[in-house]
Structure formats: structure tokens, C-alpha cells
Design a protein around this ligand. Structure first.
Ligand SMILES: C[S@@+](CC[C@H](N)C(=O)[O-])C[C@H]1O[C@@H](n2cnc3c(N)ncnc32)[C@H](O)[C@@H]1O
Length: 256
């Protein structure tokens, strides 16, 4: 389901401020001064690739993503994105920076890929990743719980969700590959507005495979059943806003 998930770039961008912040927090720990090639692995709609271009205007900035919809959205904003699956990607020898933000949770084999990518990078290169660390949060647990009930059981496969590792494992894998590592986690206490904002949020990400598996009509029913559970787990405050805590895991590695 990973590389073939259908994305909706406009829906994904609805929470742009909250979704972009971890990218900036990640990038703040990358110290590259004059990189030759900068790669945005899983560039999505390309709005953050543009940030890489602005920070390193003399670098060749390369963007790739497996989603045709995301690649089209990135190209529409002037990013020369290429459709490719990160599973088959290896860094060209002049790659001095790799950034992969909110992507590797969709790539179950990434823990095996990380040491190979680190080994292929030149000396002094930077590899920066961020993945959501919220699979145990009610937002995701409730999707899994509903998917296990009739009539959904067996129709939705969410097993790839176990792809994300804990910070200690990223630290170990990257240090084991010989890199200097900087690993941390942050829980963002996000304040969302509007009706059913958590349902709206997960519709842009975690529910994409559910939509692909069920088709439009059954997916609408699934969402209707999920909505009251999310409302109970994330109650609206008297002013109409909703707190949606979101844990994220960051790792920055520098090759020797
Ligand atoms: C949550 S979005 C993040 C996009 C962007 N990096 C950002 O921070 O806004 C996840 C992106 O990962 C891409 N993706 C998922 N699996 C992929 C794979 N195997 N190869 C390449 N891209 C992948 C999706 O198509 C989607 O655009």
C-alpha cells in the first residue's frame, strides 16, 4: 500500500502550518553550508522542497515522490519533481544532504535501507528524517479498532503501520552505520479549528489507504462511523477548537 497510496495534495495542505513545522525543526539541525546535491525524498506537494532551494540556492535540489498526484502538484509549483519509489533509490555520489520528512512511515523496509543509504553517501553528508511517532495515539488506534470490526475486517490492511521505529532504534541503526547522530522526539500540542478536525487531519494521511481499499461509498460510511469515536477521544473545547497532541521522531545523521 505504501508506494501506491492515492494522495490528495489539497487535502494534505489543509493543515500546512502544523504539518510544516517539524520540517523546519528538522532542517534547523542540518549544518550543511555549501552542499552540491540536496535530495527531498518523498517531496509531497513540493512546498517544502522550495524551502531547501531557498536555503541552498547554489545546490542542485532534487525531489522525488511515488505519488503521481503529489508529483503533479510539486511540478505545478515549479519543482522539477520525479515520480520514483524511495525503495529503489540510492544517493548519487555528490549527494551532500538528504531530507525525508513524514515519508518513511510509509516504507516498511526503511530500517534496512538507512544503513545502505548512509554507506553510499560521501564523507560529511547529512541525512535528516522525521516520522510520526503517534501510532499508539487514539487517532490511529481508533482507525485500527474500527478496521477490525464488521463489515470492515479483512477489507483494510493497516499492517504496514508498524514501520516506524522508536528513537533509540534510529540512533542505534544510524550510529551503527558509522554516522554521528542527533535523535530526538517532540510532542506538538496542536490546536485545530473547525468541525471534526482530527477526522479531517487523518483523512489527508492515515485514512488514505482505507480510502484506496474501500472505494468512495464504503469509505464515506467508514468515516461516518469513525467520526463520533474521534470526537469522544478529542473533545471540542467551548471555543470550538480541539487539542490534537502529535508526537514526532527526528533523526539527523552526519557521515564520517
Ligand atoms: C505525509 S506526505 C509528506 C510530504 C512532504 N515530505 C512533506 O513533508 O510535506 C508523504 C509523502 O510520501 C510519499 N511516499 C510514500 N511512500 C513513498 C515511497 N515508497 N517512495 C516515494 N514517496 C513515497 C507520498 O506519496 C507522500 O507524498
Amino acid at each position: 500500500m505504501t508506494g501506491s497510496t492515492t494522495w490528495d495534495p489539497a487535502l494534505y495542505l489543509d493543515f500546512d502550518d502544523h504539518r510544516s513545522r517539524p520540517f523546519h525543526d528538522l532542517l534547523a539541525r542540518v549544518g550543511a553550508v555549501a552542499p552540491r546535491r540536496v535530495v527531498d525524498l518523498g517531496c509531497g506537494p513540493g512546498h517544502l522542497t522550495a524551502v531547501l532551494g531557498a536555503r541552498w540556492p547554489d545546490a542542485e535540489v532534487v525531489a522525488l515522490d511515488s505519488s503521481a498526484e503529489m508529483v503533479a502538484a510539486a511540478r505545478a509549483r515549479g519543482i522539477d519533481a520525479e515520480q520514483a519509489d524511495v525503495v529503489h533509490w540510492m544517493p548519487p555520489p555528490d549527494t551532500d544532504v538528504v531530507v525525508t520528512n513524514a515519508v518513511l512511515q510509509w516504507v516498511p523496509s526503511h530500517r534496512q535501507l538507512l544503513p545502505r543509504w548512509i554507506a553510499a553517501l560521501p564523507g560529511g553528508a547529512w541525512f535528516a528524517l522525521q516520522v510520526p511517532g503517534n501510532l499508539g495515539a487514539p487517532s490511529h488506534a481508533l482507525i485500527r479498532e474500527l478496521a477490525e470490526e464488521e463489515p470492515w475486517r479483512g477489507r483494510v490492511d493497516l499492517r504496514d503501520e508498524i514501520a516506524v521505529a522508536e528513537p533509540a532504534e534510529y540512533a542505534e541503526v544510524l550510529a551503527g552505520a558509522g554516522a554521528e547522530v542527533d535523535v530526538w522526539e517532540t510532542t506538538y500540542h496542536q490546536r485545530l479549528a473547525g468541525p471534526d478536525p482530527v477526522l479531517h487531519w487523518v483523512s489527508g494521511t492515515a485514512l488514505r489507504p482505507v480510502r484506496d481499499a474501500l472505494g468512495a461509498d464504503a469509505y464515506a460510511t467508514f468515516r461516518e462511523q469513525l467520526a463520533p469515536r474521534l470526537r469522544a477521544a478529542y473533545p471540542a473545547r467551548p471555543d470550538g477548537t480541539t487539542w490534537f497532541p502529535f508526537r514526532r521522531i527526528f533523526a539527523v545523521a552526519r557521515t564520517p
